[in-house]
Design a protein around this ligand. Structure first.
Ligand SMILES: [Zn+2]
Length: 121
């Protein structure tokens, strides 16, 4: 079987250790139910996902860049001097953030754990 790259493993929200098992109970980047619900251990290799208590708090660091990416266009539009209602922009920004919350949280966690857990075939 072809090996999965780290990138594909991160995007696919797979276990960083075997790159096969799913980390989340409901896999996917656009899942709006049980966003935080994860398996405790990998179903394939038994890797523990929450390596230590509070491990996922660190994932805020890896979620943050996505949030910046999402809000930047709105901030640029707001300061561009174009005649756009600021509340319309704020509304659009909030809706965008809410729609992309699973993506930011889950990718953040996936990147975070891939930093700490090495891949073993
Ligand atoms: Zn695994």
């Amino acid at each position: 079987m072809q090996e999965k790259s780290a990138f594909r493993s991160i995007i696919g929200l797979k276990c960083p250790h075997c790159r096969k098992g799913d980390m989340f109970v409901r896999p996917g980047l656009f899942v709006y139910k049980d966003i935080f619900l994860m398996h405790e251990n990998c179903k394939v290799c038994d890797q523990k996902f929450e390596i230590e208590p509070g491990f996922w708090i660190g994932a805020l660091w890896t979620s943050y860049p996505f949030i910046v990416l999402i809000i930047s266009p709105f901030i640029l539009m707001a300061i561009s001097g174009e005649d756009i209602n600021i509340w319309f922009l704020v509304g659009l920004m909030v809706v965008s953030l809410l729609m992309l919350i699973p993506l930011t949280i889950r990718l953040g966690r996936s990147i975070w754990i891939h930093i700490f857990v090495r891949y073993k075939k």
